[in-house]
Design a binder for this molecule. Structure first.
Ligand code: F6P
Length: 334
């Protein structure tokens, strides 16, 4: 193998740079040249690229974002685009394309594979952690830390005013960041899609829990973590609804894109380094249409189309702990 390419696509995630670095250093070790496409799949369509050498990836392991830039490329869904990408890859003599991204980017990988003879490999890079086949995705650990740091600060002011705060975290349609951040910040309630049923029942549960907490602790802060895209109108609307139900002061906080930024924590840097190196080795072994991931601390190669065909579950033990700590049925009986 002489030449491979890499691109970052979709929502950027802390650790993507660490992953690019590992790909370049591993490839260089085996005498393989690396082309870095810019702006996700757009770079592939427009032949916007640069040769990546060790000197291009020094001093980037600690940086958030991606030196290759990222983008969502809806245009890539068409056959015309995939054929153009195949032509461009062939023109540069690229044998394998490595794509660091999430679910949407992996669909792009498979779409390209239908039109290109070269090898395609996905590397899971998203703060959402919603990719089946890998225990964690690159960027997820840092996003939890970032959310946690903010929630701890919200707790300070919430305590000072004995107020209710609703903190909205990212995750697209998955509750990984929400559940982890809620547990680690000892938040009083969490609403994530995997654990939420009827929203009216959820609202009644929040009120029950709030009343129980006030009976036990008197006036005090109360933090509710809410996953994005869950409550119609988001936390701003939920704060209003809750205020109308309880007559208590409720403040919404939307953490937003801050969760995508920052220097990656060590877990993300190490995961990114492992997966970057492993992806190059898998390319050299002739593998294609796989995602490289990690399961039980071991690197694995997983068929890429299976990564979105099953929904990755939340850690059932974490869910159990969260539910035991805040058991609604016990509150109702009390
Ligand atoms: O997939 C990563 C993510 O940050 C999600 O958590 C969020 O829903 C989405 O991207 C936001 O996308 P955009 O940056 O396009 O607003």
């Amino acid at each position: 193998m002489q030449k491979i390419a890499v691109l970052t696509s979709g929502g950027d995630a802390p650790g993507m740079n660490a992953c690019i670095r590992a790909i370049v250093l591993t490839a260089e070790h085996f005498g393989i040249q690396v082309i870095g496409y810019k702006h996700g799949y757009n770079g592939l369509l427009e032949q916007e690229y640069q040769v990546l050498k060790a000197s291009n990836v020094s001093n980037i392991i600690q940086r958030g974002g991606t030196i290759l830039r990222s983008a969502r490329c809806l245009n890539f869904k068409s056959d015309v685009s995939a054929k153009l990408a195949a032509k461009n890859l062939n023109a540069l003599g690229i044998e394998a394309l490595l794509v660091i991204g999430g679910d949407g980017s992996f669909h792009g990988v498979c779409h390209l594979a239908a039109h290109w003879q070269g090898q395609v490999i996905g590397l899971p890079g998203t703060i959402d952690n919603d990719i089946f086949g890998t225990d964690a995705t690159i960027g997820y650990f840092t996003a939890i830390e970032t959310a946690l740091e903010s929630i701890d600060k919200v707790r300070d002011t919430a305590d000072a005013f004995e107020r209710i705060f609703l903190v909205e975290v990212m995750g697209r349609h998955a509750g990984f960041i929400g559940l982890s951040a809620a547990l680690a910040s000892a938040s009083d309630h969490v609403l994530v899609p995997e654990l939420c049923g009827d929203l009216n029942v959820e609202l009644d549960n929040i009120v029950l829990r709030l009343n129980a907490s006030m009976q036990k602790r008197g006036n005090s802060s109360f933090i509710i973590i809410v996953a994005e895209n869950l409550w119609p109108g988001g936390v701003t609307n939920l704060a209003q609804v809750l205020h109308e139900k309880t007559n208590l002061e409720c403040r919404p906080v939307i953490l937003g894109h801050v969760q995508r930024g920052g220097s990656p924590v060590s877990q993300d840097r190490i995961l990114a380094t492992k997966l970057g190196a492993y992806a190059v080795e898998q390319a050299m072994a002739g593998k294609s249409q796989i995602m490289v991931g990690e399961q039980n601390n071991k690197v694995v190669a997983y068929p890429i189309e299976l990564t979105w065909q099953q929904r990755k579950p939340l850690d059932p033990y974490l869910v159990e702990i969260q539910q035991d700590f805040f058991d609604i049925s016990k509150i109702t009986q009390a």
